[in-house]
Design a protein. Structure first.
Length: 644
């Protein structure tokens, strides 16, 4: 509130301006004011992490997403020795294990653009006994005349930097520009928006301090009919102020307290809240805009940092794909560093090895698989619901207590009890038929045979792709163990051509496409069974009369074949090939690894064959009943609504 007083003096003194102290970014204002654009300020990056929790959380999330390292290989004894060292090596002063070192140096790398560590050997130089991570802010690089570079550490309190021995240093960096060894912090380009966000947060603090603990203006105006001296007026002001402060203090302590001030009839007292007329600024929209700039730099999706914005499932899936590609790039840069560390350890210990005896790998959760597993669990519950709801009409009895874990299901029609758990269809699971019959309480041998044939065709053509790729990589060479395994862009192009050929076989535009034929046969079986269940001799519909529905089913089926095969080639086969090249693995081991990955894909073809053809047949039954005027209650469609 602004009060304007008229001066009774003939020559009033000139107005004076008063500078109100302000901290735009709260306790971080002094640091923010020192920031100079286009100038690297390592200390400032630490300030931003402390001032903006989102930046700190993003860095630690990136560190966590990089997973952990494991060692694998054909020499079990050597693998165990390496793994034991990785688990128990001393790190810094109080930590243990290579993973602790990896997290510490990665944290420095994301924050400052580079991280520097060192390994410490025992006195006899026969073992690595400790790993250390330096504070990147203390490290300086200096070029040597004629090429090369020295690395110094500026120890606190010492004016002369210490020259470090490069032979036992471990260096990693991100986003290097030209020959700059300092890398580029992930926080770079967040400085300005970080200051904006800190300003917003500080303004929010100021506003709620104003409303949560407001300032009061108590105004006392003496009556105009008589004059009061300055001393009397000051005495009254102090008395009112003391009483008012006591009332406010007692209220905060939880007491009820009122104060009463006696004034004459011509006097006036007012109590006002300073700034009560002010309006709160809209913060949600501008804050989100600023936060989006930070997220864009980290490559992290908003939901991964607890920001649950309106992200669709399709967009979230794409974000996961981008994130995994970014992570794979970092893995490729880090693996040689840690592989060289393990090589040094083995050389110091006097160990010898041959290619394939050991190799380091990054192991982490597959985010896609986590999403799919969650969806599968949900859909399995839907399937249980469908079975229970339809048990009576299908002539079956179900033990409700054992549906979710799949331990026992009773089939009255055949007096058979299935005691095997639900199967995923993977190799080694012998209960796939039990799983199939569980979801199909009434036997349907014609559809079983059709599914078997379609599965066999999918697997056969997939095996042909495997053979083509092994030939492209020259892994069928009888003397393959003798040559070095290499991979070039021409081979990559040929592999993608093999994938395209595989798609061409199943493409529904191909007159001989197995997809179109098998879906047509399944749809026909569904129409026939629907008619039989109503004691009708022939179905009303056929594949010609309902060609549009059949086309949609076949199109969806081909799309699933295309998506799964592309996923296996691009996300598993090609990255595996690149990883084997980087690790210098022998060709025999590469061939074995690729065959294993190709074999793992067979569970997809099993699931597609069983699920898709069953769905086509069930859809046909619904279509036939609908055209006959049967009122079908709303229930999950088998496979489409109940199968992952």
């Amino acid at each position: 509130m602004i009060n304007i007083f008229r001066s009774k003096k003939k020559n009033p003194s000139p107005a004076k301006s008063e500078l109100r102290p302000s901290e735009g970014q709260g306790p971080y204002t002094s640091f923010m004011n020192k920031y100079v654009p286009r100038k690297v300020a390592p200390e400032f990056y630490e300030v931003l992490r402390e001032a903006i929790p989102l930046i700190d959380a993003a860095i630690w999330k990136l560190v966590a997403l990089d997973g952990h390292m494991v060692v694998r290989g054909d020499n079990a004894a050597l693998v165990d020795e390496i793994q034991e060292w990785m688990d128990y090596v001393r790190v810094n002063e109080m930590q243990t294990g290579l993973q602790a070192f990896h997290q510490s140096i990665s944290n420095e790398t994301f924050e400052q653009g580079f991280g520097l560590g060192e390994f410490v050997t025992d006195r006899k130089r026969t073992d690595i006994v400790q790993l250390k991570v330096a504070d990147s802010k203390t490290i300086r690089f200096g070029r040597i005349a004629g090429g090369g570079m020295n690395i110094y550490q500026q120890v606190a309190g010492d004016h002369n930097p210490v020259l470090l021995n490069r032979n036992n240093l471990i260096y990693q960096s991100i986003h290097n520009e030209n020959q700059n060894p300092y890398g580029t912090s992930i926080i770079r380009s967040m400085e300005f928006v970080g200051k904006v966000l800190a300003t917003m947060h500080n303004s929010l603090l100021n506003v709620w301090e104003r409303f949560g603990d407001p300032s009061f203006h108590v105004s006392y105006k003496a009556g105009s009919k008589r004059s009061i001296g300055e001393d009397t007026l000051e005495t009254r002001r102090k008395a009112i102020s003391d009483e008012f402060n006591t009332a406010i203090r007692k209220k905060r302590e939880g007491y009820s307290y009122d104060f009463v001030t006696a004034v004459d009839k011509d006097s006036d007292m007012q109590i006002q809240v300073i700034g009560a007329e002010g309006q709160l600024l809209e913060l949600e929209v501008p804050v989100r805009h600023v936060v989006e700039q930070i997220l864009a730099k980290t490559d992290l999706p908003s939901w991964m940092l607890g920001l649950h914005w309106s992200t669709t499932e399709r967009l979230a899936d794409k974000e996961v794909t981008m994130l995994q590609e970014s992570r794979l790039t970092r893995h490729k840069a880090k693996l040689p560093i840690y592989t060289n560390l393990i090589r040094t350890l083995l050389l110091l210990r006097g160990r010898t090895w041959k290619p394939g005896d050991w190799k380091l790998e990054f192991e982490q959760l597959n985010l896609h698989d986590l999403v799919k597993e969650a969806q599968a669990r949900f859909l399995n519950l839907q399937g249980d619901y469908y079975i229970v709801q339809n048990a009576e009409t299908m002539g079956t009895s179900v033990d409700i207590n054992q549906l979710s874990d799949g331990k026992a299901y009773s089939r009255n029609a055949q007096s058979t009890t299935i005691k095997t758990p639900l199967s995923c269809g993977c190799k080694g699971h012998e209960d796939i038929d039990a799983h199939k019959e569980l979801l199909r309480p009434v036997e349907w041998p014609q559809l079983d045979k059709l599914e078997d044939e379609y599965e066999g065709e999918l697997k056969y053509e997939w095996e042909q792709v495997q053979e083509k790729i092994l030939n492209i990589l020259n892994l069928h060479n009888k003397g393959k163990a003798e040559f070095e395994f290499l991979f070039n862009e021409q081979q990559r192009a040929l592999i993608m051509k093999s994938l395209a050929d595989y798609h061409g076989i199943f493409n529904i535009a191909n007159p001989d496409s197995p997809v179109r034929w098998y879906y047509g046969q399944s749809y026909s079986l569904g129409l026939i069974q629907a008619a039989n269940m109503m004691n009708a001799e022939f179905p009303v519909l056929n594949t010609i009369r309902n060609q549009e529905t059949l086309d949609e089913l076949a199109k969806s089926g081909f799309q699933r074949v295309k998506e799964r095969s592309t996923l296996h080639i691009k996300d598993r086969i090609l990255p595996e090939i690149e990883a084997q090249v980087m690790a210098g693995t022998n060709p025999t081991h590469v061939a074995s690894r690729l065959k294993k990955i190709f074999g793992n894909a067979n569970s997809d073809w099993n699931r597609l064959a069983r699920s898709e053809l069953a769905m086509a047949a069930e859809q046909a039954k619904l279509d036939e009943w609908k055209v006959r005027g049967v009122n079908i209650s709303k229930a999950p469609l088998p496979v489409r609504d109940t199968h992952p």
